[in-house]
Design a protein around this ligand. Structure first.
Ligand code: B12
Ligand code: SF4
Length: 460
């Protein structure tokens, strides 16, 4: 039995163009969901994982599969349907799962043979068994998996061409920020995989660099932090010889022992969601957690950097309280905090989130010709109507933010300071120049977007 597991591309996302530049290897990330599904698949199936981010396979010349499984974030949904249509025309049953299938079941159900909602661990072997007998059901629900059942991902199945391996050590997040799908999809309970499993899986990864995809590797409560410390100790003991990066909340900086253990375990950088430069903004999106204990963000960032870990900060433009000038303000605040890289995204109502419900109710979702418009839900296009910012206005704010943070003199100052403190100046320089280089591409994408879809935006 032949199984194709497919990760569809989104042509609007520059990272799909991996063959155009060697540097793009650093922008494509492994589709871990498919590697986990492969880990759940019984041995009688011959599995191919096809990641369209590495180039679109020539499906017509490939051997006919018995079943096709497709994953998709919302931004990949259009392409997922094209791929599904191709295989359905050949009479091959198509199953789709993942976040978009879970949040938009009816839409997906119209375009594939079977939809799997939720996490797949408890249900995927059953789906395959039914497919083998030609008795696929229209819908399966995996719910939330028992975390000990998460299998080792099949790291051996993907082609080379990625700079980073991927691993997941926890699922779920209690914070439930209004714009984020994680709590709705993976639940509010923070579930942790057994440490020996994580360490052994780490050892099976080929790449020297690894992305821990956890939404928050360290968690928010004392018992979470204690587990993170145990994990880091076990990783250090296992001498993995890997450098890894992860996402974490800002409380990472609160515990010197945690920082020191993370560094010893190989952590080279963290991605932290600061989201808004103002406390009111954090209140609006439901992330007051960032403000606990009267936090000094600059000091927190410094503490992390002292352990030779880089800090990438993420902010959102387009909150209801954001007014003209917000772009420059974010760039200034990110520089004050001292982050090494800045990633700014447009506030985007993703289906299934609290923000989606609110914006829908207020008739503020500007791009709503679905499924076609899903391709713009990459957080790099303004798809909603914003309170104080017009379409042109919010795009200008984004451009001015990035131009300010990534201006050459400021990059040189940042990298110079890293050099002085012996903190990975080369990586910092490459990261900053790559973001700067992307600005031109982004401006072209905004111009195309304004030309094609801009007329739909009227102020909120
Ligand atoms: C790693 C990651 C990335 C990587 C992607 C790597 C990759 N190719 O998969 C990168 C950094 C590239 C990325 C990019 C983006 N991401 Co992202 N990302 C994540 C993150 C943190 C982890 C995903 C992961 O690997 N999980 C581990 C695997 C094992 O879990 P899983 O994917 O959920 O898969 C399970 C089930 O869903 C199910 N399943 C999944 N697929 C299938 C298929 C079948 C057939 C079946 C049966 C079951 C099934 O089974 C799996 C095992 O239980 C999630 C947050 C999260 N917790 O999911 C956000 C998340 C998926 N990302 C999100 C977003 C918005 C994006 C971007 C659009 C914007 C951005 N800049 O972040 C871009 C998309 C770019 C594009 N191509 O269009 C949103 C998606 C929401 C939505 N409705 O689409 C999430 C949920 C975060 C959030 N804040 O809400 N992301
Ligand atoms: S943005 Fe981060 S902290 Fe907020 S709910 Fe999502 S995963 Fe949790």
């Amino acid at each position: 039995m032949r199984l194709y597991l497919i990760n569809p591309c989104n042509p609007l996302v520059s990272m799909t163009k991996v063959k155009e530049s060697r540097w793009n290897r650093y922008r494509v990330w492994k589709p871990l969901s498919l590697m986990v599904l492969a880990g759940l698949t019984p041995p009688e199936w011959e599995i191919s994982i096809l990641d369209e981010n590495l180039g679109t396979p020539d499906y017509p010349v490939m051997p006919r599969p018995d079943v096709v499984g497709i994953t998709a974030f919302t931004s990949q949904a259009n392409r997922a349907y094209e791929v599904a249509a191709h295989f359905r025309r050949l009479g091959v049953p198509v199953v789709m799962g993942g976040i978009h299938a879970t949040m938009c079941v009816d839409e997906v159900m119209e375009r594939v043979d079977s939809v799997v909602t939720g996490e797949a661990e408890g249900i995927w072997p059953q789906v395959l068994e039914d497919a083998r007998h030609g008795s696929l059901m229209r819908r399966y629900d995996g719910g939330l998996a028992e975390i000990n059942d998460v299998p080792f991902a099949r790291h051996d199945l993907l082609a080379t061409g990625y700079a980073f391996g991927a691993i997941q050590t926890t699922r779920g997040c209690p914070l439930n920020c209004s714009f984020c799908s994680v709590t709705a999809f993976n639940g509010a309970q923070y579930r942790q995989r057994p440490i020996p499993d994580v360490v052994r899986e780490f050892q099976s990864i080929r790449e020297k660099r690894v992305l821990a995809v956890d939404d928050n590797l360290i968690g928010t409560r004392p018992e979470h932090i204690a587990r993170a410390k145990d994990l880091f100790r076990a990783m250090a003991r296992a001498t993995l010889r890997k450098k890894w990066i992860a996402q974490a909340t800002i409380n990472f900086a609160d515990d010197e022992e945690l920082l020191s253990l993370a560094a010893k375990a190989g952590c080279s950088g963290v991605f932290i969601g600061f989201e808004s430069p103002s406390p009111e903004g954090l209140g609006e999106i439901g992330k007051k957690f960032n403000l606990l204990k009267g936090r000094d963000f600059r000091l927190s960032v410094r503490r992390i950097q002292r352990h030779h870990m880089l800090v990438a900060g993420s902010f959102i433009i387009g909150l209801d309280l954001d007014e003209p000038g917000i772009g420059k303000r974010i760039a200034e605040v990110a520089s004050q905090y001292g982050v090494d890289n800045l990633n700014v995204l447009f506030l985007t109502p993703l289906p299934g989130t609290r923000l989606w419900e609110r914006m829908k109710l207020e008739d503020r979702i500007a791009l709503d010709t679905f499924p076609e418009d899903w391709k713009y839900y990459t957080l790099t296009f303004p798809v909603a109507r914003y309170k104080h910012l017009s379409l042109d206005g919010i795009i200008q704010e984004m451009i001015s933010c990035n131009r300010k943070f990534y201006s050459l003199p400021i990059i040189l100052r940042r990298v110079g300071s890293n050099f002085w403190r012996c903190r990975k100046p080369l990586i910092s320089l490459v990261g900053n120049l790559s973001f700067r280089g992307n600005l031109r591409v982004a401006c072209k994408a905004y111009a195309d977007f304004q030309g094609q879809r801009g007329n739909l935006h009227t102020p909120a």
